[in-house]
Design a protein around this ligand. Structure first.
Ligand SMILES: [Zn+2]
Length: 460
């Protein structure tokens, strides 16, 4: 009986896995917090450590950075290139593997129960420590898959490990521009998202975008005595409240016309789990309609995230003349964020009550993401299924990952797929962050299988 190359990869991943876990532990020990208020020496140190790990595998490595907007000092990123070995590199497709080596601050060490943030500890099949999952696990997946392929590469691999994802990637666009030639790929694999559950793989196929406006509503040019004039004149807070109330239907669904929305989802998010995960107070009802997962991933959502008005401490018996508030909208995948923001603006103008004066200024508009159903996505599904022994599910993420859209804009010909090994127990950004080690090993195998299959694609 002969062993297939896929079997061979499985054997290699198994035997190399303990070493990969040790490498991940080394990374956890470096407090590479990219936020400005932290010492940046550890970020440089973690970039160097990551570079060294990929260099040990034979990669052609470098550490690069470039300035971002508003004087931002770009954090060091690692690029490691592994040209195809078993075929001519010019004839082979290129896969870009993304992860990030910066982490969130450790938080209060007292609140960590298993270990302290930067001291890795294994317990019950999970590895605890800051960055064990987000996104040290992403780096470990790439180290593991390249290590498993060894010198049998039918595909060009470029590894790109960013150093400022946790602060919103301020120099990302400039970096892509400056390093365009080195980062160009047929397929971009972003390993910084979630599995559905521990033991159940997922592909993140949608991300919501974001659109924001600031509204200033005015009824008077100065405050008036509410006893003398109250009655015929409604104050600006009351009118703002009436306007804000038009943004949702009776059941709490977004009521703005012209927004894209999908009410179905691949998976069921039980209400009890949701209540537990969010800590919603007893008796508070959920808003919206359709599958709960769809309300988080594929329907728009609107929140008021700030308001300037007279404070309670300064309250007096006067009619408040003006009120300012910020409307933040999550945009469903499949809609342009600028277009959605325009629909929101039209709604606000149309529904302004009692002829109040309003002024609307545009805030941010960050694009949503919807995976294209291409051959790479189908291949990724196969590889995840082969590694876990069960079909992956499609999930969404309610928040935005702005750099995904940056990738798409910079490399429109490339397919982008989003994978990851976090799960609901991971606690990314919080205390007791941890990574399921069995899932990590399976993710490594899945990526090794994927790289090999993508390489085989050109030879068929
Ligand atoms: Zn991350």
């Amino acid at each position: 009986m002969s062993m297939t190359f896929d079997d061979e990869l499985k054997t290699r991943v198994e035997s190399q896995f303990p070493n990969i876990v040790e490498q991940l532990k080394t990374l956890i020990r470096i407090p590479s917090v990219s936020s400005d208020s932290f010492d940046q020496a550890p970020v440089a140190q973690s970039a160097e450590q990551v570079r060294a790990f990929f260099a040990e595998l034979g990669g052609e490595t470098s550490i690069r950075s470039c300035p971002g907007e508003n004087g931002w000092e770009g954090r060091p990123a690692v690029i490691a290139k592994f040209p195809a070995t078993s075929v001519k590199p010019e004839a082979a497709p290129t896969v870009l593997l993304y992860a990030h080596h910066d982490v969130q601050p450790g938080g209060d060490p007292e609140k960590w129960t298993v270990t302290t943030p930067f001291e890795p500890v294994e317990k019950d099949g999970r590895l605890y420590g800051r960055g064990s999952s987000d996104d040290g696990a992403g780096i470990a997946v790439h180290l593991g898959s390249i290590s498993a392929l060894g010198n049998d590469r039918n595909v060009n691999i470029v590894v790109f490990i960013e150093g400022e994802e946790e602060v919103g990637s301020p120099s990302f666009n400039n970096f892509l521009e400056e390093n365009r030639e080195d980062l160009k790929a047929n397929l971009i694999v972003v390993t910084d998202s979630d599995n559905w559950k521990a033991g159940h793989p997922a592909i993140t196929t949608t991300l919501r975008g974001v659109a924001q406006v600031t509204v200033e509503l005015q009824v008077l040019d100065h405050a008036l005595h509410s006893g003398m004039f109250g009655g015929p004149i409604l104050d600006a807070v009351t009118l703002s409240s009436r306007l804000i109330a038009t943004l949702h239907d009776e059941d709490g669904s977004v009521a703005v016309e012209g927004l894209v929305s999908r009410e179905t989802a691949d998976v069921d998010y039980p209400e009890a789990d949701f209540r537990n995960d969010t800590g919603l107070l007893d008796g508070v009802q959920l808003a919206g309609r359709g599958a709960l997962a769809s309300r988080l991933w594929t329907q728009p959502a609107i929140s008021i995230i700030g308001m300037d008005t007279t404070s309670v401490a300064n309250a007096s018996n006067t009619i408040i003349p003006s009120c300012r508030f910020v409307v933040s909208m999550r945009v469903a995948p499949g809609q342009d964020a600028n277009e959605a923001r325009q629909k929101l603006t039209e709604h606000l103008i149309k529904h302004t009550p009692f002829g109040a004066k309003i002024e609307i200024s545009d805030g941010e508009a960050g694009p949503a993401y919807q995976a294209e159903d291409n051959q790479y996505l189908a291949t990724l599904r196969e590889c995840l299924a082969a590694s876990w022994g069960r079909e992956p599910v499609d999930i969404g993420v309610g928040g935005s990952i702005p750099f995904i859209a940056d990738f798409q804009r910079a490399f429109p010909e490339a397919a982008v797929v989003v994978t990851g090994v976090e799960d609901p127990l991971t606690n990314a950004h919080s205390e007791d962050e941890s990574q399921d080690l069995d899932d990590l090993q399976k993710a490594i195998l899945a990526e090794a299988l994927l790289l090999n299959k993508v390489g085989n694609g050109v030879n068929n």
